[in-house]
Design a protein around this ligand. Structure first.
Ligand code: COA
Ligand code: ZN
Length: 323
């Protein structure tokens, strides 16, 4: 069964995660002003959902030392869902204090991966999530602002450290998150192992057992990103993570570089008549900011290289200024 969206001008939601997932492995500090420029240029191209940073210890990942300043700027852009990642309760407290709209909590279904990434077993992470929900509810009563909690099941389609991951373990973790108060769930192919059949089967299974929105988070490590997005769409998923120019990776998954290329995925959907709300031409120009700041980083993506096909028309109705 496909999922309802609460906007009637788009058929799928595409969330930019490059400022978090893309930058977390990049050693060069991406200047704060350039991060702000990236956010505002993408918002102007119609991307309304952006994960702008991560609330991890700045000593561990200095790239996010400027989280507060980046969030302050992102909040000024009305109509933007400002999201941040948090690995633990402390990260949640920092995120809520900063005034984000959404927090993304990450737990790997693979025990070995979760221990390496956040120093907890999946069961301990789920337990901590309950404390995060309590903290969110308490702060919502005090401030009147209720932060949405997205609970991510990472390594849902396989793990570089453990190999196969049983789908029943993924379902179990997802179920526990929902029972604990998650507003949304995400399934992540953290290390780019998945194929379309696997995506279709697990997405359908999850959509059957949870009654909250489900996002698919794909990596293009083995070139399956866009086709896996299509498989997820066919299974009924309507929320997708992606990253401009396919930046991305995972510190504990050697070689797992590259989120699915956001602009290529948006191109696929628009070509199929599925509205993303994104102006593809404008979106491609935002890559210039990444090229300028990370000249040594290899950028991915076909659309930006080859351009739109002759006479291509978007499914999304573009604003007069863009046409
Ligand atoms: N933000 C800022 N500081 C934090 C923090 C957070 N979210 N979580 C912990 N800290 C600080 C603590 O206050 C403590 O500081 P101190 O040494 O000055 O006292 C220090 O970090 C260690 O805290 P500790 O309680 O031992 O950490 P932990 O075991 O609770 O958590 C994680 C470890 C989760 C913070 C760490 O493993 C992590 O950030 N992992 C995520 C890695 C990542 O981003 N992976 C990619 C995304 S999927
Ligand atoms: Zn990822």
């Amino acid at each position: 069964m496909s999922q309802e969206l609460n906007r009637d001008d788009v058929d799928v939601y595409i969330r930019e995660v490059g400022l978090r997932d893309g930058l977390q492995n990049v050693k060069t500090f991406f200047p704060t002003e350039a991060k702000k420029e990236w956010i505002s240029a993408e918002a102007a191209a119609g991307v309304i959902d952006i994960e702008v940073c991560s609330f991890v210890p700045p000593k561990l990942i200095p790239q996010f030392a400027d989280a507060l300043e980046v969030i302050e700027e992102a909040k000024k852009m009305g109509n933007l869902n400002v999201c941040a990642l948090m690995p633990n309760l402390k990260g949640a407290e920092r995120g809520i204090e900063a005034g984000v709209d959404q927090l993304n909590y990450v737990t790997s279904v693979s025990e070995t991966h979760n221990l390496q990434n956040v120093r907890r077993t999946p069961a301990q992470s789920v337990e901590e999530f309950k404390a995060i929900v309590e903290c969110r509810d308490r702060r919502a009563e005090e401030t009147g602002k209720r932060v949405t909690l997205l609970a991510g099941c990472a390594t849902a389609f396989g793990c570089t450290l453990e190999g196969d991951i049983d789908s029943s373990s993924v379902v179990s973790v997802a179920r526990q998150f929902v029972e604990s108060g998650a507003d949304e769930i995400s399934l992540a192919d953290t290390v780019g192992y998945a194929n379309p059949s696997q995506i279709k089967a697990l997405c359908a299974e999850i959509l059957d057992v949870v009654d909250v929105p489900v996002t698919i988070h794909l990596h293009d490590t083995r070139g399956m990103g866009v086709v896996n997005a299509f498989a997820a769409y066919e299974a009924g998923i309507r929320r997708f993570d992606g990253c401009l120019a396919g930046l991305g990776g995972c510190p504990w998954a050697p070689g797992a570089t590259g989120n699915v290329v956001l602009e290529d995925m948006a191109f696929m959907f628009e070509g199929m008549g599925v509205r993303t709300g994104i102006d593809l031409k404008k979106l491609c120009t935002v890559r210039d900011i990444i090229t300028r700041e990370l000249p040594d980083e290899q950028l991915c993506g076909g659309l930006a290289k080859a351009g739109l096909p002759l006479n291509f028309s978007q499914a999304t109705r573009l604003s007069a200024a863009a046409e």
